[in-house]
Design a protein around this ligand. Structure first.
Ligand SMILES: NC(=O)c1ccc[n+]([C@@H]2O[C@H](COP(=O)([O-])OP(=O)(O)OC[C@H]3O[C@@H](n4cnc5c(N)ncnc54)[C@H](OP(=O)(O)O)[C@@H]3O)[C@@H](O)[C@H]2O)c1
Length: 332
């Protein structure tokens, strides 16, 4: 039985990945900062939860002992520039060193659409810059840079925004519109190609299988859903599918960027993770749409599910009427 260490296995995507791995017969360990964070996966048969500080190289290497593969889903959406570098750049470097030292055969790393690892500094936000630098560091540290050949294979998956019953994206838009009569929205014309969390988890599983069965190599995929939407359309879709205002949703008022920045500043003063940060606005200066030059879900044998088919099933079932409590619950 192949052993897999999942970093970030307690998160939104991580839960779905762990479930698929267990079902496929892998022996799964999840490393977490606090065991309680992993309560959504600890019931899965045979899954082990390891409480450890993965930023400590010795602890990380110990967690990788005996592992055939590692999956890295650790990321943050908000934080200082230093925090982005710490989590998206320094950590992948440590993961790559530990993989090489422990003879791990394959690493699957979840990045993000819009990342250009050849020009990290060209990205508009701390999130995208640090993700790009992290990808580049992984390739170099694993020995694949400048035509080299590493012993540990690497698959980088770059998804667009991800939806699913437990997402913090359409659910949040729905809850906000349940509370407020209008929806002021910056970057309303930013474009996304949302994909279903189950398709992302299937892509992780397929990449892992490929990585363990084939000769080590570096493979990069862009993961995107079948249709492109503007942010405005997604916000409207979330409200309509949740039945808000008798299915009509709320008026969405597009804000110029400078007003969006003031809104983000105010939201940043509220406790918990902000719904929208300055860095999120910066990220949206770039369309979150597959460029098409890289293989996608189909190349991994997956047919992308549509938002129109999946979204209403959970948005209507879990009413936005949870209001403020629902918004607060999304923060641990
Ligand atoms: N969700 C999306 O729409 C989306 C879109 C594009 C790309 N992605 C990428 O997909 C991956 C998974 O995303 P997700 O939505 O599942 O994220 P998530 O729910 O926020 O989970 C991320 C996990 O990372 C761990 N983590 C967070 N901060 C950490 C820190 N400072 N040090 C160590 N561990 C930390 C947490 O694990 P513990 O609390 O257990 O330690 C958490 O479970 C990420 O790489 C993300 O960038 C997501």
């Amino acid at each position: 039985m192949k052993q897999v260490l999942v970093l970030g296995g307690s998160g939104f995507v991580g839960g779905h990945v762990c479930e698929k791995l267990v079902r496929a017969g892998y022996r799964v360990s999840v490393a977490t900062r606090k065991s309680v964070h992993a309560r959504c996966v600890m019931h899965l048969p045979g899954l082990t939860v390891l409480e450890c500080n993965i930023h400590d190289e010795a602890a990380l290497a110990r967690a990788m002992t005996g592992m055939d593969a590692v999956i890295n889903l650790v990321a943050i959406l908000h934080g200082s520039p230093a925090a982005f570098v710490h989590v998206h750049q320094d950590l992948p470097g440590k993961i790559a060193r530990a993989c090489a030292a422990k003879g791990v055969l394959h690493l699957v790393h979840i990045s993000a659409l819009g990342v250009n690892s050849e020009q990290p500094q060209a990205a508009p936000s701390n999130y995208l810059r640090s993700k790009a630098a992290g990808e580049a560091l992984l390739v170099d540290t694993l020995g694949w840079g400048k035509g080299g050949i590493g012993s540990c294979g690497l698959t980088v998956l770059r998804p667009s925004v991800i939806f699913g019953a437990d997402d913090k994206f359409l659910n949040v838009f729905a809850r906000l519109q349940a509370l407020f009569p209008v929806m002021p929205l910056a970057c309303a014309d930013a474009r996304f190609q949302p994909l279903w969390v189950e398709d992302v988890a299937s892509a992780v599983l397929a990449s892992l299988k490929q990585g363990l069965e084939q000769a080590p190599a570096v493979r990069v995929y862009e993961l995107a859903g079948p249709q492109v939407y503007t942010l405005r359309q997604l916000v409207q879709f979330a409200a309509r599918s949740s039945g808000i205002n008798q299915g009509r949703g709320r008026p969405v008022i597009g804000l110029p960027l400078w007003m969006g920045r003031i809104q983000a500043f105010m939201l940043g003063l509220m406790p918990g993770e902000p719904v929208m940060s300055q860095d999120n606005l910066d990220s949206m200066q770039l369309d979150n749409v597959a460029a098409g030059g890289l293989p996608g879900l189909e190349a991994l044998g997956i047919k992308a599910s549509s938002l129109q088919a999946i979204g209403p099933q959970y948005l209507f079932a879990e009413p936005a009427a949870q209001g403020l409590l629902g918004l607060r619950n999304r923060h641990r």
